[in-house]
Design a protein around this ligand. Sequence first.
Ligand code: ADP
Ligand code: MG
Length: 379
Amino acid sequence: MRISRLQVYGYRSIKSIDLKLDALNVIAGANGTGKSNLYRSLYILWAAASGQLAHVLAQEGGMTSALWAGKRSKLDDAVFRIQVKMDDLTYKFECGCVPASARGFMSYPGWFSNDPDIKKEEVTTDFRARKIHLLKRKHGAISARNIDGRPIEYPLAGSGCESVLSCLREPHLFPDLSVLRQEILGWRFYHHFRTDLASPLRREQIPVFTPVLSHDGHDLASALASIMAAEGEANLRKHLSNAFPGAELNIDMEPRTVAFTLQMPGLNRPFNARELSDGTLQYLCLLAALLTERPPNLLILNEPETSMHPDLYGPLSELLVDASKRCQIVITTHARELAATIEKLSGNKTIHLEKSDGATSIVGARPFDFYDDDEDDEN
Ligand SMILES: Nc1ncnc2c1ncn2[C@@H]1O[C@H](COP(=O)(O)OP(=O)(O)O)[C@@H](O)[C@H]1O
Ligand SMILES: [Mg+2]
């Protein structure tokens, strides 16, 4: 399933934003305009579906950091809301602070008070122009539509910081919710590949079939070897020589170790991973991530151009356009040149972000109010 629309309200610098998404989406903006916050809003949904919401939010400062710090009308609830539309399913997720009355555990008031408290969680589908609720969670009461189409009280054996999707114990009874959970868990995020001198991806690695590159690229050699073993070699070599004309990638596979080398034209010996530049390694990581033999439904890359010379923007754009034929891609970038090259090649308009009064907004878009239509079309 593809995400066709993403709406975010009240999350970090994103006061309110409404995005229509395509097969390949480029979100561009200067430093501090909120690109990573947008990237993270999707990561929050993934964290909620995988049962790691509280930990992921804690790493970024807990609920007090996650909530939009700007002016709020008195009527506005102090919550953030993230909503995605995927085919005919819409998932709405709303989180706020733990109410004062519920803070603390037994005799320890105030404990875990910076954890998230899920206020609302909804899954709806459109049926004959009507909104049907497949899941409705509000103020702790949860009802879910089961396989017979009947809304039943859902016994959630979790706490306020756990999503219904993460606690789904009988997926066969709630097939729509189960499909949605699997879809969200299938999203793949790449935020930062470690290319420093001490990075594990510069060292020999344990050879193991790796159809999916790890989020930090530490298993790059195995991932490249897996693409070659699984019939992706020609495409990998094509995109490699697009970026580094005449370069040859070799895999040194031993029973207990795997490493790769790159032979550059004009040099007498190949270079190993310890010798390659940060930008070259970054590009190899992107090759492994994008040419995976197991494409996800959604692949999200945060500033993939890091450490790269602008000469590589053309080949990277071709790589992204090629990969977007197999999965939906969202990238954020602060390189205008890269955004323009991708736009030219794909025909998809870049989404330009800017910040005014501390709030992230889309250049040229009308202000958007994330209307909470919760009470409409009751079903
Ligand atoms: N809770 C918050 N409320 C408002 N703004 C925030 C909040 N948390 C972070 N920010 C702002 O978000 C900006 C960082 O956004 P980020 O997504 O990292 O930018 P980019 O990735 O475009 O460089 C910073 O300017 C920071 O001040
Ligand atoms: Mg950023």
